[in-house]
Design a protein around this ligand. Structure first.
Ligand code: S3P
Length: 198
């Protein structure tokens, strides 16, 4: 079909859809939420590429500013201080209208963060089941909350606690499952361009 009239028309329609998605989207930053291992950074970078806009990963920004890893922040200052830093940075980045923003999995824990996100951003929940999340994170030692021998049960526990918070804060939900990044990005764009669903 490529190169045929039908193929070209489909491509044009796709471009038009993406242009209208862009207009809707640029009114607010797009913020990706979801569990550790859901693919927020990978999907966010690709989404920003498709939209031709900037991408920031809040955890990486924090690490750059602090000059240490998230794991070291947890070790030195504890989780509560990390959550304060995370909230302050979230407010700054959302207000600066960073176009696509990936957040840490625990950003939804605070009411104030959820209120800010719901009001000021388009929030996309990247949903995955506990098994897939565990498979994706099991070899990664950089996540302090998943250290220890029973990371599998921990993922499950965190997902149970947080799933209602992700659902509550988000304007749309896309299953990441095992589908290719490009397909996930397509689904986000489709949902964002249909203003009824936002
Ligand atoms: C956390 C998720 C991490 C990071 C920190 C805490 C969480 O980010 O913010 O380790 O509470 O779920 P990712 O979701 O990018 O792994």
């Amino acid at each position: 079909m490529e190169g045929s009239g039908h193929g070209k028309a489909c491509n044009m329609l796709e471009s038009l859809n993406e242009m209208s998605a862009r207009q809707t989207i640029f009114e607010r930053p797009i913020v990706l939420v979801g569990m550790m291992g859901a693919g927020k950074s990978t999907v966010g970078r690709r989404l920003a590429g498709r939209l031709g806009c900037g991408f920031l990963d809040a955890d990486r920004v924090l690490e750059e500013r602090m000059g240490v890893s998230i794991a070291t922040m947890f070790d030195l200052e504890g989780e509560a201080v990390f959550r304060d830093r995370e909230s302050a940075l979230l407010t700054e980045l959302v207000n600066a209208n960073s176009s696509v923003l990936a957040t840490g999995g625990g950003v939804v824990l605070r009411d104030a963060n959820r209120a800010l996100l719901n009001d000021r951003a388009w929030v996309v929940y990247l949903r995955a089941n506990a098994i897939d999340l565990w498979i994706r994170t099991r070899r990664d030692t950089s996540r302090p909350l998943l250290r220890g021998s029973d990371a599998r049960a921990r993922v499950s526990e965190l997902l149970t606690l947080r799933a209602p918070l992700y659902e509550a804060v988000s304007h749309c939900t896309v299953d990441t499952g095992r589908q290719p990044v490009e397909r996930v990005v397509d689904q986000i764009l489709q949902q964002l361009q249909s203003r009824e669903s936002i």
